[in-house]
Each structure stands twice: as structure tokens, then as C-alpha cells.
Design a protein around this ligand. Sequence first.
Ligand code: SAM
Length: 267
Amino acid sequence: MVFARKRFGQNFLHDAGVIAHIVEAIDPRADDALVEIGPGHGVLTRPLLDAVVTAAADSRASGSLDAVEIDRDLAAELRATLVPRGLVLHEGDALRFDFAALAATRGRKLRVVGNLPYNVSTPLLFHLLTTPSVLQDLHIMLQREVIERICAAPGSDAYGRLTVMLAPWVATEHLFDVGPGAFRPAPKVWSAVARLTVRTEPAFTLAPTYAAVVAAAFSQRRKTLRNALRSWLDADAISACGIDPGARPETLAPAEFGRLAAAVVNV
Ligand code: SAM
């Protein structure tokens, strides 16, 4: 029996093969500024520390590994086990953590990693992407269904608001799936690992109305754009963006939402 706090989304990884696979995907380097969200008992933290902090000391590089953990008992455990080996631990809520300040301290962009607490995954991604310019990439494990939504192509079942909201800022890769047996306690669903490479500039011009237009478009699936955006743009204005007003929102590419959001600003 493993002691795990459900309210903190605790499913601890124990499969050595999966842990190695994740670390290999991250490909940590001695001068990386790594940040792990929710290190738990440190199964990913240990190999990451070896790859970054120990390697940095050997090669005079200046890599670092920071971690943000909300659970007081796990933080105490990590202070005893991994802080002496070079982990910089921040006890607190990753949703309130100032990633921009950390990047300024480290003097470089952050590489974020984590087997994320599933219950806060979407707000956490949005929090991170409030300051995309301080991030290099994210390697995240989440329920497979959420990873599919993040990485979905237009027109697919998983494509929706989450995909379109992240798309301006990240190029996504669904790397591999992980079965429930890799965790203790075992979750009910499959998980997956994705790489999100953060762009220096958004993929297209982002009007301040982007989030609101995307939310309105997806508020009722299977509505046409003409109906979903009725209070924002009429059919002619949608056509003027080169988009069919009779199309369904889930068939539009993110850049097309970008054009609609820009048109709203100019109405
Ligand atoms: N990384 C460990 C592993 O792979 O075994 C633990 C993963 S577990 C799914 C999620 C971890 O995130 C737990 O350690 C949990 O306490 C922590 N956590 C949950 N909510 C958090 C939050 N808002 N901020 C920081 N850590 C959080």
C-alpha cells in the first residue's frame, strides 16, 4: 500500500523503464536550467540531478535543477535526500510559482519537466504560458486523453479549445503512452508523455480577443461558426477572413482563429 494524497494528484511512477524513457526524451544537458513540477519521492529527480548538477560540477558547466513541490511531507523528504545532492527545492504551489523570476535568477530559459498533478494540469499549462519567453521546452506526462487534446490536429475528435489555446506558443509532439501499471497507486486511465517546444514568437499575430473568440467558438460543439460567433462577427465578416461561416469550429486551424480574433478587434 502506497501513501498518496488524492487532492494533490499523487500517482507515483515506479517503472524503471518508463523513468529511463522519459529522461532520454528530455535529454538533459549539463548547462540546462531544469525545473521539475511535483517531484514527489524524486524518481525522475534523481536521474535528472545526475545528468545536470553532477555533470555540471564535473564539466564546470552551470546547469541547475529546481523543483516545486506542494506536499509538505514530500518536501521534507526531498530536503533530507536530494537537496544535499544539489536540488534547489521550492515548497509551494506551482500554480503560483514565478517562473519568470526563476529564469532571471538562472540567466537562461527554463526546461520544465514533470509527471504533472492531473487535477491542475490545464491551469498549470496556462500559468506557464503566461510567460512563454522564459521557457525553452516542456516535457510533461498527463492522462493520455489530455495529451491527445494538446497535440491534436484540426478535424480530429480530440481537437478543441485546449489545442487552439496552446498552439500559438508551442509545437507539440505526443512521444509515447504509459499504462496504469507504471504508477502506484495505479490510475484508472492511460497516461502519455509529450514534448512542447516553446516558440520565441507566437506562430501568428495574436489579438487580445483570441482567448474569448476561441472560448465562444467551442462553447457548443457542432455549432457552425456563424452561430457560435453570432455576437462577435456576422457571416460576411467571417467570409472576409477567408473562412466559411458554415464551417464547424473544430475544423479550423489555430491561425484561422487568429484571423477571426483580429477581425473582431477591427469591427
Ligand atoms: N514526479 C513524481 C513521480 O513521477 O512519481 C510524482 C508525480 S505525482 C503525479 C504529482 C506530484 O505533484 C506530487 O508529488 C504532488 O504532491 C505534486 N503536486 C500536486 N499539486 C501540485 C502543485 N499545485 N504544485 C506543486 N506540486 C504539486
